[in-house]
Design a protein around this ligand. Structure first.
Ligand code: IPM
Ligand code: MG
Length: 364
């Protein structure tokens, strides 16, 4: 097949990890006879430096025309001025919103060879295989916000959390469809004992699953209890669906099951279209790690696994996606690991060495 993939390397370690994931996609193209055209475009802090905007119009136009987007990370201390009117993260939020990518799928799997990299006891990690579906274009990330001085001194700031029935319905459907292809267990996470948006969330989730997915077992759990259960009995979860900010927090927590924040990939999807490809944005769940940038030490596995999700969800190339995932497992089993994953005292591989090893494993 032919596909156009936009590369949004972004800031910090973004360019290094995207380079390795692109190398893996090129190798897949060559071996499996696909022509992938790659187009680079600016987002985040590097886009602010070049154009003054975090998501330049040209980047958005290219993304709209593309079959899929691979993104590294945005942000860094350079653009952290609290008085700045434009911030790198605004580019990421804008592209998610503009492209209608409301469902963010974050799978959490434990590679057997990485059990010792996790801070959790090995026995808790047995059987862990879960997916967190995070709502991505609503909630407190996109509600009205403001900040201003108070007459008596000090300031007042606010962020608002808003959800509509339709927003909850569509993301719950994505999660339930996913659960249907897995163990048919869905956990909806909210804070319904405190938040009105959570009470709406809970009632909509209950109705959608009851009416449309009678084969799925749904349960509800409060977000604080979920955070605890993820550490105590992570193997109990199958698919988790939750709102934007809870999903952000729980996925960083869940990455510790996989051994490192650098391991988790993600796919951000909108409504399924009718064509052979489906627009999606693929990115590791971690940030731009400015302290690691330019040193060749960042973990590229999360980005390479995001490229596998791109093959699967946007290009419908399931066999190719599996080939990448198997090559990643083989590389890990061979002990080719970045500094965040190696045992103390062992030699760490560079970002580039990991990319090369995955490509070599694909050929073997
Ligand atoms: C993520 C990140 C982003 C988010 C930041 C960089 C805006 O933490 O994708 O999880 O909060 O969505
Ligand atoms: Mg996050």
């Amino acid at each position: 097949m032919h596909a156009t993939i936009v590369l949004l390397a972004g800031d910090g370690i973004g360019p290094e990890i995207v380079a390795e994931a692109t190398r893996v996609l090129r190798a897949i193209g060559t071996t499996w006879g696909h022509t992938f055209s790659f187009e680079e475009a600016l987002i985040g802090g590097s886009a602010i430096d070049a154009t003054g905007e975090a998501l330049p119009g040209d980047t958005l136009a290219r993304c709209r025309r593309a079959d899929a987007i691979l993104l590294g990370a945005v942000g860094g201390p350079r653009w952290d001025n609290p008085n700045a009117t434009v911030r790198p993260e605004m580019g990421l939020l804008a592209i998610r919103k503009e492209l209608g990518l409301f469902a963010n799928i974050r799978p959490v799997t434990v590679q057997p060879s990485l059990v010792d990299s996790s801070p959790l006891k090995a026995e808790r990690l047995r059987g862990v295989d879960l997916v967190i579906v995070r709502e991505l274009t609503g909630g407190i990330y996109f509600g009205e916000q403001g900040r201003g001085p108070l007459p008596g001194g000090g300031e007042r700031a606010f962020d608002t959390c808003v959800y509509t029935t339709a927003e909850v319905e569509r993301v719950v459907r994505v999660a339930a469809l996913l659960a249907r292809r897995r163990q048919r267990r869905l956990t909806s996470v909210d804070k319904a004992n405190v938040l009105t948006t959570s009470r709406l969330w809970r009632s909509v989730a209950t109705r959608v699953v009851h009416d449309e997915f009678p084969d799925i077992t749904l349960n509800h759990i409060l977000v604080d209890a979920c955070a605890m259960h993820l550490m105590r009995s992570p193997a109990d979860f199958d698919v988790i669906v939750t709102e934007n900010m809870f999903g952000d927090i729980l996925t960083d927590e869940a990455s510790m099951l996989a051994g490192s924040l650098g391991m988790l990939p993600s796919a951000s999807l909108g409504d399924a279209g009718s064509g052979p490809t489906r627009m999606g944005l693929y990115e590791p769940i971690h940030g731009s790690a400015p302290d690691l940038a330019g040193r060749g030490v960042a973990n590229p596995f999360g980005t390479i696994l995001s490229a596998a999700m791109l093959l699967r969800h946007s290009l419908q190339l399931e066999a190719e996606a599996l080939a990448v995932e198997e090559a990643v497992s083989e590389t890990i089993d061979d002990g080719i690991l970045t500094a965040d994953l190696v045992e103390p005292g062992a030699r760490a591989a560079t970002t580039h060495e990991v990319g090369e090893a995955v490509v070599a494993a694909l050929g073997g």
